[in-house]
Design a protein around this ligand. Structure first.
Ligand code: ZN
Length: 168
């Protein structure tokens, strides 16, 4: 069993925080990414979608996971589970320092997650306290005018990656 952090960062302009619509543990927020088979190294063709609110029984086990998938090439089965309670929003402070935040932790068995996509609805809170909801980041950026702060707000240069979580 290996845990992975989904790490994200971006450049902010007058933005305080960026996170999934209902927070990092939003049960309906769907994470899209590809998976690499830990056994044969085959990469899935299509993105996998995983959300906390959707779980399935692991065949031959009493446990559940948020995703059970069989590798098309070697037919080995693997599972992915999201681990809530650990992720943190991306803040202005981290963005300015060029650092990443760990958005969600994934328990992956038999697969390695790769190539996260910024799909789904995101919540952006501006430096002036305005909240933009259900923001679409799929084209890689966000631009708006903040009436309250009387300034433009922007998110650009979105980056992400999965890294092996060390320790707790
Ligand atoms: Zn395989």
């Amino acid at each position: 069993m290996v845990n992975y952090w989904l790490m994200i960062t971006a450049e902010f302009e007058n933005v305080a925080t960026l996170q999934p619509q209902g927070g990092c543990d939003d049960p309906s927020f769907t994470y899209f990414f590809k998976m690499k088979c830990g056994s044969c190294g085959e990469l899935t063709d299509k993105e996998t979608c995983v959300a906390l609110e959707r779980s399935v029984q692991i065949p031959g086990s009493k446990g559940t996971a948020n995703l059970v998938q069989k590798c098309k090439f070697c037919e080995r089965e693997g599972t992915v589970s999201l681990i809530p309670g650990k992720g943190k929003p991306l803040t202005q402070e981290l963005s300015e320092a060029g650092k990443y935040t760990g958005l969600m932790m994934f328990d992956c068995r038999g697969y390695e997650p790769v190539g996260f996509l910024f799909e789904g609805g995101w919540m952006v809170e501006t430096a002036a306290g305005t909240k933009f909801e259900d923001v679409d980041l799929s084209d890689g950026e966000f631009m708006e005018y903040d009436e309250k702060g009387k300034c433009s707000v922007m998110i650009s240069n979105l980056k992400s990656g999965f890294v092996v979580a060390k320790g707790k």
